[in-house]
Design a protein. Structure first.
Lengths: 251, 458
């Protein structure tokens, strides 16, 4: 009586600035290629998410205005969110979604748009925007690569997703990129994030599957030749760095 | 008194041009504000007016027709798609003297469907083309929807001869209900396909009686060999029937001998546009020679279904954002026959360094079509594009990658040729477009020199 893995895509009508479709497609395909049943639930704006129904929540990025709208919707269910995250709900938050995990986003006029306060994290608008190709080194899944484009400078007291090898990361100064807390993954990296980072995609999937089943899950390896070729080309042409292997302990 | 309005309009045109601005609309707008009757006063001075309206293909059709009519006599033409009253007025003002007389007596206007009823009564419309009527949602109960109503309202204010796309049940319906004489154009029936690859619009319902139309063949969208089993409304043999064959279109008009023209632009949409322009030109009294000269003068904009007479033939398209890319993919898939596709993706500043948009574009269309035999990816982000195709579900053994643009194009032609002289469709981002066009031009020259031999394809 295995039910399908349930991925919730939050507010695709507002937060879909950087090809979240690509992230979802990657998760879905990598399940299907392994014969894992999966379903995606789109949660449109104005709907309260039913957190207990989901095995993985995807929170994408939007414009400042859209993000403020989402922030307001989410705020009403802040206690449920907090409890779910503490309880290990897998959550993948990108760009604007990442900023929403924190206490607030401070606009250039110093006004603070409140966030979900799930993490000890704040973001302040800054100049110039931090734009460009980015590569970070992660302990869990090697090099994570993509594109970043954000005005916000984020600081937090948790583990980072990775150390910046090229690009700006959370704030362009402390060398950290993204956040890792329990089963939360937060990052500014899109491009989109998951297709070209199959190790991260599988880590997110594994986390979701383990959360859903309560058991340890080992994912079957896939034929990642296209992914490997795309990573290699990007690292050579745009980052000028070699690939990093994933630490054996994680494999 | 219209003279002050004419002066104002002409003065504004001059000033805007001096300022380096495009004066296609504002002069007419201000002049109309001063004298709302201006268009009807100037319109009355025209000898004749030809109008092109419909949902798609207005600009291309009227540009083609302008080339043909201009070969006969200089005409007034609202270029650049300025198809609202102010755009028409601006165009006429350009050929009006400071004393209010017209230097040119024939006008060709592309007019927006909603604008049509506002202007036709002021113009001596002799020929009126309806290219097609596409809507998102057709009315299932045979009631006229707003677009059709507006078109009919505008058309009934004229005593023009209509030229309608007879393959489009909606355009045909408009012709039948106009009360005017009409001639139809359409494709030769053998171009129709039995199966329908496009997502069928929720729309093939008979406008006469509301019953669902049946089709014995499709061209694209709702265009096809339609027939209403309830009331007998149906597609009839077109008065101007087009048979296209690669780079040429042959026209059968009544009992006249067949005449062949070189297609100025590739793509099924453009076959229809050319057919519309030729039919309208015939009704304007142009002969085959004049039409051929006019068509030859037309140049397709760079990277818009731009055809190259390479061996095998190739077509170049610019892609730069998800919506534009989806339209290009649809246009390619609406072409008949099996195809090879080559996609060149660069990520330089002019392309956009962020290639996320590739994931918002609907490359899944390539997977869903049975006609795409191979996809070659090239450019600085060739491997990203290959990955995109993999996640679009396209078979990975049919995705080939060569990042170097020359190598990629070479590979694409080798594949297209070895799979049986398939037409090659090249999609390219901005910075790869010019080098690709140059490469294809060079190949056209080389292929022309090489003695043609073809392995037999069975």
């Amino acid at each position: 009586m295995q039910r399908p893995l349930c991925i919730a895509h939050l507010y695709p009508d507002l937060l879909n600035l950087y090809a979240d479709k690509g992230n979802i497609q990657t998760l879905v395909s990598r399940c299907q290629w392994r014969g894992i049943d999966v379903e995606v639930v789109s949660v449109p704006a104005g709907t309260t998410p039913r957190l207990s129904d989901y095995d993985l929540v995807l929170l994408g990025g939007g414009s400042d205005r859209e993000q403020a709208l989402v922030g307001r919707t989410l705020l009403s269910s802040q206690p449920e969110w907090k409890a779910a995250v503490e309880d290990g709900l897998p959550l993948l938050a990108i760009c604007g979604g990442y900023q929403l995990l924190g206490e607030y986003y401070q606009l250039p006029n110093k006004a603070k748009v409140p966030g979900l306060s799930l993490l000890d994290l704040i973001t302040e608008a800054g100049e110039p925007r931090l734009i460009g190709n980015v590569a970070i080194s992660s302990e869990e899944c090697g090099m994570i690569i993509g594109f970043e484009n954000h005005g916000g400078r984020t600081t937090h007291s948790h583990d980072v997703l990775g150390r910046v090898k090229k690009g700006f990361g959370n704030n362009g100064t402390d060398g950290g990129e993204g956040v890792r807390y329990k089963n939360v993954f937060g990052t500014y990296i899109h491009g989109p994030l998951l297709p070209k980072n199959p190790a991260l995609a599988d880590l997110v999937l594994k986390t979701a599957l383990e959360h859903a089943s309560g058991n340890t899950v080992e994912l079957e390896p896939l034929d990642d030749r296209f992914e490997t070729a795309a990573r290699k080309a990007f690292l050579e042409r745009r980052i000028q760095l070699p690939e990093e292997s994933v630490p054996a302990a994680q494999a | 008194m219209v003279l002050p309005a004419i002066w104002l309009g002409k003065l504004l045109s001059i000033l805007l041009r001096l300022a380096g601005r495009n004066a296609t609309s504002l002069p007419g707008k201000m002049a109309l504000r001063l004298s709302p009757k201006l268009l009807s006063v100037l319109g009355a001075k025209l000898d004749r007016c030809v109008v092109v309206t419909g949902t798609n293909g207005k600009t291309t059709t009227s540009s083609l027709l302008a080339g043909i009519l201009n070969a006969d006599e200089p005409i007034i033409h609202n270029r650049e798609g300025a198809n609202l009253p102010q755009g028409l007025t601006t165009a006429v003002l350009q050929h009006t003297t400071w004393f209010g007389t017209l230097r040119r007596k024939t006008a060709l206007f592309e007019i927006d469907e909603a604008t049509l009823p506002l202007v036709t009564r002021h113009l001596p419309v002799k020929v009126l083309v309806v290219t097609n009527v596409f809507r998102d949602q057709l009315d299932r109960y045979g009631e006229l929807d707003t677009t059709v109503t507006k078109l009919l309202e505008g058309i009934r204010q004229t005593d023009a001869v209509l030229v309608v796309n007879g393959d489009d049940p909606l355009a045909k319906h408009i012709a039948l209900h106009s009360g005017l004489r009409y001639r139809t154009y359409g494709l030769s029936t053998h171009h129709a396909e039995i199966t329908h690859h496009d997502q069928m619009r929720d729309g093939a319902f008979c406008m006469q009686c509301g019953h669902e139309l049946t089709y014995s063949g499709f061209f694209y969208g709702q265009l096809g060999l339609y027939h209403c089993p309830e009331c007998g409304f149906s597609r009839t043999t077109p008065d101007f029937a087009g048979t296209y064959n690669g780079h040429t279109i042959a026209i059968d008009e009544d009992e006249l001998p067949q005449v062949e023209f070189v297609l100025p632009s590739r793509g099924l949409y453009n076959v229809y546009n050319t057919l519309a322009a030729i039919s309208a030109a015939r009704l304007c009294g142009m002969n085959a020679n004049g039409i051929a000269v006019g068509l030859a003068a037309y140049e397709a904009p760079l990277g818009r279904m731009q055809g190259f007479q390479t061996t095998p033939p190739s077509t170049l398209n610019l892609i730069k954002n998800p919506t534009g890319c989806d339209t290009v993919l649809q246009a390619i898939l609406s072409e008949p026959g099996q195809k090879a596709v080559c996609i060149a993706i660069n990520d330089l500043a002019a392309d956009g360094k962020d290639v996320s948009w590739l994931w918002d574009a609907g490359f899944e269309q390539l997977t869903q079509s049975p006609d795409i035999r191979v996809c070659i990816t090239t450019g600085l982000r060739a491997e990203d594009m290959a990955l995109r195709l993999k996640y679009a579900g396209y078979p990975t053994d049919k995705i080939l990658t060569a990042a170097d643009l020359d190598a990629g194009l070479q590979l694409a032609f080798e594949q297209a040729e070895s799979l049986g002289e398939l037409d090659l469709y090249v999609l390219s981002t901005y910075t790869a477009l010019y080098p690709t066009a140059a490469w294809l031009e060079k190949k056209v020259t080389l292929d022309a020199k090489t003695p043609l031999y073809r392995t037999s394809v069975s």
